[in-house]
Each structure stands twice: as structure tokens, then as C-alpha cells.
Design a protein around this ligand. Structure first.
Ligand code: ADP
Ligand code: MG
Length: 458
């Protein structure tokens, strides 16, 4: 495939004309001018490969139809004005260089500012143009479908275009990966990469270092269905996500130390595997040999690494994990190596299409969920109930998708059974709950691999 260039500029497709016309009218009402351009970045559903991108391993997502759209116009007053169509998100104004991104209290506009700051720094823009922005999002928030990264990506491409910086989709994906960390979450890059590199009709294997996206053609006769547990999990407001990142880092460092490697330089379980030059299966054996299943105390970790508690902050911890006192290492590493293996197996089944391909894919998804639940502890009661219900309703496989702790499940469903499946999940999970029953339409839906980020003209 040809090296993907900058995000395309396309006319608004006819089924979206009403939405973009409304957005243009709202923009005009607010700012008194037409927007100069529209940017759109999609959310995603990860089919398999959870919590392993930040360990350096490949993942297998596809873009969804739900997205973040920004209508924007440049201004010459060096002012940023950020507004949201949803009235529960209040306006933000600042000069282009006069804001701070508050990690302790993440607000919606901080995600925009991450993308803005990232592109300004990456492109070394001396005097960034002022911007009037009106944003509209349809990705369910804090639900594992990557609303946060869709927002950061949409902001990044908006900022690049407003300042006449031509960045390729890969470059944008990489900039938006590191700049989302300004909000505090130490993400791995899956969400931003698929938002930019997705193509309609195909899922993608996303590999890192170097970033690469390879088409994965899904078997015929099945659909992927998303179902939201309706438990919100805000990844920047709580430390759970970063705790997992740090536990993986410490697992890699402890094993590296006992294998005589330069452990201070080693920060990813994937890099540890490369340094040792062994298979994923063998990594599983090494984890069992060198790490104990009980949690490690901070003292024990420090003793193993030969550092003081303060030094550990520099070598391994992050802002919102610097005071942690216990770490679960064995189970986190065991999850990562087995999940990385499941991604390659999933891809191989999609490529080779054996007679029992659908059964195999379903089993891999179920094994992924069990590992997230039992080893990574990133599921929750509602997601466990929902995935079981999906299996009972006819899914071949069902698993939490995204970081977990709440949010959505994704299920592999035979196309012929889709309507019965949707009916059964609706009555089993949504109809009997007053809070969920009003949200069925946006919470339970079949999805197709959607297109990546683009600019639109109206
Ligand atoms: P996700 O799994 O959806 O990425 P995160 O917890 O990482 O969840 O990010 C969710 C946050 O992203 C929200 O709390 C909000 O600040 C921001 N966000 C997402 N979508 C929108 C939107 N449409 N408008 C404003 N902010 C949004
Ligand atoms: Mg997110």
C-alpha cells in the first residue's frame, strides 16, 4: 500500500449534509462568520489486543461511524475560543500561548489543548494563528470507544491546517499519541493511529516502532456489535489506567534486572522480549519463573531493583502513580504476552480463513475477555454480565473493548442471527434498567469498519 499522506479533503457525503449544515449554521450564529473548514476524526472499536499497545505490541482495531467533528475558522487576534454543541460543555477562551493543561481536573477543552499544543510544538510554530472552534461529538464518552483520542486527533489536524502545516496521517498519529499524554494518561498509540489510518471496509493490524497499519479482511457472514455497559470510566480522572502502565513497566524492569539487562532503559514488556530474543510463549514461562503471583510491595520492588523509594519515581513511576505502595506484576505481564499472541492468531485466522474461522475468532475474543477480567482486572461486574449475556444471545465471542473498567463490549455475531441477538440483549440488559432503557439506540448497535480522519468541505 502507498504511504498514506495528509488527511484527504472531501466533500461532505450526502448522508451527512444535514448534520454539517446545522453545524455551519450554529458556528455562524456563535462567531458571525462561516467556518473555513471542517475536520472529522472517528472513534474506534478494538477487536482484540487490549492494554498492549503501550507495551509495544500490535493491536487490531477498526474505526467506527461515531466521531468528533470540528468547524473552525482562523482569527488574527491570537485568541483561542473553544465551544461545544453540547451545552453541558462550557466555552473556553485563552490566548494561543496562555493556557495550562490541568491533569488533576481534566475538562473537555483540555483534550483540544493537548492536540493544539502538540502540533504547535511539533511544527515549531512561532505565532500560532487564533482559532474559533465549534465541536460536535457522537462517540459515547468514557466508554472505551476512544472519544478522547478522536477529540485530540481532530484538534491536532485542525491546528495543523489552520497554521498551514502539512503533516502526514502517520505523523499526526504520532504527534497526537504523545500529546494526549499532556492530560496525564500514558496511552500507547492505538487510538490515534486508527483514527488517522483507518480505511472504510477494513479493520487494521496496527504495529508500532515503526508505526504501520495493515489491512485485515474480516470474514463474511458476521458482524461486530457494540454494547455499552453504561458504566463510565474516565481514564484521565482516575489512576487505574496509569497503574496498569506502571505495573507493566515494573514487570519488564524486574525481569530485565534478573536477566542482567540494563533495566533502567527498559520500559516496555515488548522491548524486553526483543532484548531476550525469545517467543511470546517463552516470555509466558519466564514470567511464571521470575515473578510471583502475590502483589509486590514498594519495598520489595525497590530491593529487587536496588533503588530507593524516591529513585523509583524517576525510574518507573508517573505523576498520578508516584505514591503507589503495591504492584501486581505477574498477572499483568502474563496478560500482555498472552494477549499479544492472541492478536497475531486473530490476524492469521482472518488471513487464512480456515473452515472453523468464526469459532476460532470467537474463542480468541472470549479468552481475551477472561484475561482482561482475571489477570488484568480491568473488567467490571456489568461488563462481565453483558459479555455473558451476549454469548447467551448467540454471539460467537464477546469481550470488553478499550481500557475497560466500564464502557463497551464488542461481540462477534453471525449476520443471520443479528436481529434476534439485538432483541435478546436489549431485553436482557437494557429494558429492565431505568437508566439504560432510555439509551438503547446509542448503546447497542452493529458496526462496520469506517473511514479515517478527513477534512470536509460543504
Ligand atoms: P474514552 O474511552 O471515550 O476515550 P476517556 O475517559 O479517555 O474516554 O475520555 C473521555 C473524555 O473526553 C470526556 O470526559 C471529555 O472530557 C472528553 N470528550 C469526549 N467526547 C467529547 C465531546 N463530544 N465533547 C467534549 N468532550 C468530550
Ligand atoms: Mg480515551
Amino acid at each position: 500500500m502507498a504511504e498514506p499522506g495528509a488527511p484527504a479533503v472531501k466533500p461532505v457525503p450526502s448522508h451527512l449534509t444535514d448534520r454539517f449544515t446545522r453545524l455551519r449554521e450554529s458556528f455562524k450564529q456563535k462567531y458571525g462568520t462561516d467556518p473555513e473548514f471542517f475536520a472529522r476524526a472517528p472513534g474506534r472499536v478494538n477487536l482484540i489486543g487490549e492494554h498492549i499497545d503501550y507495551c509495544g505490541y500490535a493491536v487490531l482495531p477498526m474505526a467506527i461511524e461515531q466521531d468528533i467533528v470540528i468547524a473552525a475558522a482562523t482569527t488574527d487576534d491570537q485568541k483561542l475560543t473553544l465551544a461545544n454543541v453540547d451545552p453541558s460543555f462550557s466555552d473556553f477562551t485563552s490566548t494561543v500561548d496562555g493556557f495550562t493543561i490541568d491533569k488533576s481536573q481534566p475538562r473537555w477543552f483540555h483534550y483540544f489543548l493537548c492536540g493544539f499544543k502538540g502540533v504547535v510544538e511539533h511544527c515549531k510554530i512561532d505565532k500560532p494563528s487564533g482559532l474559533n472552534v465549534l465541536l460536535e461529538g457522537t462517540v459515547p464518552k468514557s466508554s472505551g470507544l476512544s472519544s478522547s483520542s478522536a477529540l485530540v486527533c481532530c484538534s491536532g489536524m485542525t491546528t495543523a491546517r489552520a497554521n498551514n502545516c502539512s503533516l502526514s496521517k502517520k505523523e499526526l498519529a504520532e504527534v497526537c499519541t504523545w500529546c494526549e499524554r499532556y492530560i496525564g494518561t500514558e496511552g500507547g498509540g492505538m487510538d490515534q493511529s486508527i483514527s488517522f489510518l483507518a480505511e472504510a471496509g477494513t479493520a487494521k493490524l496496527i504495529e508500532f516502532n515503526p508505526l504501520k497499519a495493515t489491512d485485515v479482511s474480516l470474514p463474511d457472514g458476521v458482524v461486530f456489535v457494540i454494547s455499552n455497559s453504561c458504566v463510565e470510566a474516565n481514564k484521565a480522572a482516575f489512576a487505574h489506567y496509569n497503574v496498569r502502565v506502571v505495573e507493566c513497566r515494573l514487570a519488564a524492569q524486574l525481569i530485565a534486572k534478573s536477566k542482567g539487562l540494563d533495566w533502567r532503559k527498559l520500559r516496555k514488556l515488548g522491548d524486553l522480549q526483543s532484548a531476550l530474543g525469545v517467543s511470546l510463549e517463552e516470555m509466558g514461562v519466564i514470567v511464571d519463573q521470575l515473578l510471583h503471583k502475590d502483589p509486590y510491595s514498594r519495598e520489595e520492588v525497590c530491593k529487587e531493583l536496588g533503588v530507593t523509594s524516591e529513585e523509583l519515581q524517576d525510574t518507573s513511576l508517573s505523576q498520578n502513580t508516584k505514591d503507589l505502595t503495591t504492584f501486581q506484576l505477574h498477572d499483568r505481564a502474563a496478560h500482555v504476552y498472552s494477549e499479544a499472541d492472541r492478536v497475531f492468531k486473530f490476524k492469521a485466522v482472518c488471513d487464512e480463513k480456515p473452515a472453523d474461522a468464526l469459532v476460532q475468532l470467537g474463542q480468541l475474543m472470549n479468552a481475551s475477555h477472561a484475561s482482561c477480567r482475571d489477570l488484568y482486572n480491568c473488567s467490571c461486574a456489568e461488563l462481565d454480565q453483558l459479555t455473558q449475556l451476549c454469548i447467551d444471545a448467540g454471539a460467537l465471542g464477546s469481550r470488553l473493548t478499550g481500557a475497560g473498567f466500564g464502557g463497551c463490549a464488542v461481540s462477534l455475531v453471525p449476520a443471520a442471527k443479528l436481529q434476534d441477538f439485538l432483541k435478546a440483549v436489549q431485553s436482557g440488559f437494557y429494558d429492565n434498567s431505568p437508566t439504560r432503557s432510555t439509551r438503547v439506540a446509542e448503546s447497542l448497535f452493529a458496526t462496520q469498519p469506517g473511514d479515517g480522519a478527513t477534512f470536509f468541505t460543504l
